[in-house]
Design a binder for this molecule. Structure first.
Ligand SMILES: Cc1cc2nc3c(=O)[nH]c(=O)nc-3n(C[C@H](O)[C@H](O)[C@H](O)COP(=O)(O)O)c2cc1C
Length: 159
């Protein structure tokens, strides 16, 4: 099954997990980039507010033919218990009809429930079918451990 991993990452943790998935499943990697990223530390306030309001942000053009991929992993950090605005933009702009989607998060805390509910509703509104999900805590977790947890999380998608 051909897979795509689409992700947004501000500080590298979601990128790391995305790279692990892409390598393990031989998937294509696609990074969503903001046209004008909000610098630290302002992002904590204005980024969280935008995420909380379910806003999108201006992202660089995405050039991908989704029809090539049966399965799409969508990765984001959790911001204010929601997906990041850049990933919202990608989801809002995309029609996922016929695609199986697996959203995943990295997060500072350890509760992804609200964020998963939120992103699932958005994906379904864009015609996607959510077939799985997972979340990985990154705060004070060494990269080697994040990599190990990512490998564990995607075992069930390896067949
Ligand atoms: C603006 C902002 C808001 C955040 N809000 C949350 C939150 O509500 N819950 C949480 O668990 N982590 C929160 N975090 C922590 C990130 O989700 C976590 O560090 C994540 O792994 C970062 O991923 P990245 O390195 O790919 O950007 C927030 C981080 C930022 C920058």
């Amino acid at each position: 099954m051909k897979s795509l991993v689409v992700y947004y990452s501000l500080t590298g943790k979601t990128r790391l997990v995305s790279q692990v998935i892409a390598e393990a499943l031989n998937a294509t990697l696609l990074e969503i980039e903001e046209r004008r990223p909000i610098p630290m530390p302002f992002v904590y306030l204005s980024g969280s507010f935008a995420a909380f309001m379910n806003r999108g942000s201006k992202i660089n053009p995405v050039d991908v033919d989704l029809k090539q991929y049966e399965r799409i992993f969508i990765g984001s950090p959790i911001w204010a218990s929601r997906p990041a605005p850049a990933i919202n933009s990608f989801i809002y702009k995309t029609n996922f009809e016929g695609r199986s989607i697996i959203p995943f998060f990295t997060m500072g805390g350890n509760n992804a429930e609200k964020a998963l509910e939120n992103i699932t509703a958005k994906i379904e509104k864009s015609q996607g079918k959510v077939v799985g999900s997972f979340a990985i805590t990154s705060y004070r977790v060494p990269d080697e451990e994040i990599i190990a947890r990512a490998k564990e999380a995607i075992k069930e998608y390896s067949s």
